[in-house]
Design a protein around this ligand. Structure first.
Ligand code: C2O
Ligand code: CU
Ligand code: CU
Length: 490
């Protein structure tokens, strides 16, 4: 059950018609002094139109364990033939037969047990991007032997934090992710106020040739690695241009994951106001009205939309280009999905957002160790490679940190293009980018580093020692060497 905001008052509180503008204005009028409690007099939840998400939402994995507090799911990596482009059959790489794989849903405090079986033609692992798991469960080749074809591995994950996360392979990952292997993990917080009907939106792309076969994962050789391969087909939950329905005034909470191997996602919803609720590590401190959402590969955003009536009832949500090469030109927008409003009369806002969503303490730092990481490129025998502090992944010794000792990392980027830096296993807070603090405090695991900028971040090293990874989440760049290991010592 999702938390419901006082359903018993529902019937009494429906108001029709003109209240929408008022609803938008009251969005921030509710300065709730209790940051975590529900607003005490918010309007109530109204059910969304029947089948509102049936064309677009990915399936949710079935919980095979009846005991409370344990969610057990079966996950199988296998090839499957899907019709992604109309009339064209493509053999893709899937979890449980679909792109994306099933959403794994549980609650904060639950234990998630994933019985994973590999039926791919090659070894793989599953990495739990953003989840604070035990080091042995992180799914990298530093944490485990890759799972060979036919083998099973059981991942046991204690879910410490509510939020939107995702899973993907960490062996041959640029190919395997590019071929379709990814899915979302949603960790609900039973104490959160109702913030809209929940929709997972996994955005990605895939390369499909004219005959329906997948574009080879190493297409264009070194150039492909260097630029980062973007598939020619854009996917919203594995589909080309699916339809999402809504009713004017009935709030939706989109949990957006950028699962693309290299492509940035930049979204706006024409005619609608988005409110950004949070990102990688769940809700931010404050809700923030925004005109667009930019997600580098690996990043997530939670977005609230209370649809206003649309003149023609539907809008196309588009992908728009992000100039990650800083060349000053943008490619044309591409339609991602249709957001169609039913003809039902608009409902007054069904949810109010407290301005403060959550209390997030700053990472406590007393005389913290500072590590400087320069994202860079160099030439080895005439070939460009990428690395960190002068060394590629295979050349670099692990960095060291200590469990319980928080650190400040300073990231700089001396290349001419953006790199989304991702740290496994530990959340961080961005302190500033070129001296400017972010608009809201929040937990992150990925941050985009633009050329010539300096990102300072504070990492909370809680007590989970082991070997962890950090890398550029343009997965082709990680292949070219922009990756490193971090040994967190007890
Ligand atoms: Cu999405 Cu190494 O991670
Ligand atoms: Cu990760
Ligand atoms: Cu990069």
């Amino acid at each position: 059950m999702k938390p419901r905001n006082r359903p018993q008052k529902q019937a009494a509180r429906l108001r029709w018609g003109a209240g929408l503008i008022a609803a938008c204005l009251t969005l921030f009028a509710c300065s709730d002094p209790e940051p975590s409690g529900p607003p005490d007099d918010g309007p109530v939840r109204v059910d969304p139109p029947a089948g509102w998400d049936s064309d677009i939402a990915p399936p949710t994995a079935e919980d095979l364990d009846p005991s409370p507090g344990i969610v057990e799911v079966a996950l199988e990596a296998r090839l499957a033939t899907r019709e992604i482009l109309p009339g064209v059959r493509t053999e893709v790489w899937t979890y449980n037969g679909g792109i994306p794989g099933p959403t794994l849903r549980a609650r904060r405090g639950d234990r998630l047990v994933v019985r994973f079986t590999n039926h791919l033609p090659e070894p793989t692992t599953v990495h739990w991007h953003g989840l604070r798991v035990a080091a042995e469960m992180d799914g990298t080749d530093a944490a485990q032997q890759p799972v060979r074809p036919g083998e099973t591995f059981v991942y046991t994950l204690d879910l410490l934090d509510a939020g939107t996360y995702w899973y993907h392979p960490h062996v041959h990952s640029s190919w395997q992710v590019g071929y379709g292997l990814y899915g979302a993990v949603v960790v609900e917080d039973p104490e959160e106020p109702f913030l809209g009907d929940d929709l997972v939106l996994v955005l990605s792309d895939i390369g499909i040739e004219e005959d329906g076969t997948l574009t080879p994962g190493n297409d264009s050789g070194w150039f492909g690695d260097y630029f980062g391969r973007e598939g020619n087909v854009l996917l919203a939950n594995g589909k080309v241009l699916p339809t999402l329905r809504g009713r004017a005034g009935v709030a939706q909470r989109w949990r957006i994951v950028n699962a693309a191997r290299s492509r940035y996602q930049r979204l706006s919803v024409p005619g609608q106001q988005m409110v950004r609720l949070g990102g990688d590590g769940g809700l931010a401190e404050k809700a923030l009205p925004v005109d667009e959402i930019v997600l580098a590969p690996g990043e997530r955003a939670e977005v609230l939309i209370i649809p206003r009536p649309q003149p023609d009832g539907a809008v196309r949500v588009q992908w728009r280009d992000w100039d990650r090469f800083h060349i000053g030109t943008l490619r044309d927008p591409v339609d991602l999905f249709t957001f169609a409003l039913t003809e039902d009369a608009p409902v007054d806002a069904t949810v109010r957002v407290p301005e403060r969503l959550r209390t997030i303490e700053p990472v406590s730092l007393s005389n913290p160790p500072v590590q400087r990481l320069e994202l860079m490129e160099k030439s080895v025998d005439g070939t460009g490679v990428l690395g960190i502090n002068g060394l590629t992944a295979s050349e670099a010794p692990p960095l060291m940190a200590h469990a319980g000792v928080n650190e400040v990392w300073e990231l700089t980027n001396s290349t001419a293009y953006d790199h989304p830096f991702h740290l496994h296993g530990f959340f961080f807070q961005v302190l500033d980018i070129d001296g400017v603090a972010p608009a809201v405090r929040e937990w992150r695991d990925t941050v985009n580093v633009r050329p010539g900028t300096r990102v300072r971040m504070a990492i909370q090293f809680d007590n989970r020692p082991g070997m962890w990874m950090f890398h550029c989440h343009i997965l082709d760049h990680a292949d070219l060497g922009m990756m490193g290991m971090l040994h967190v010592m007890p």
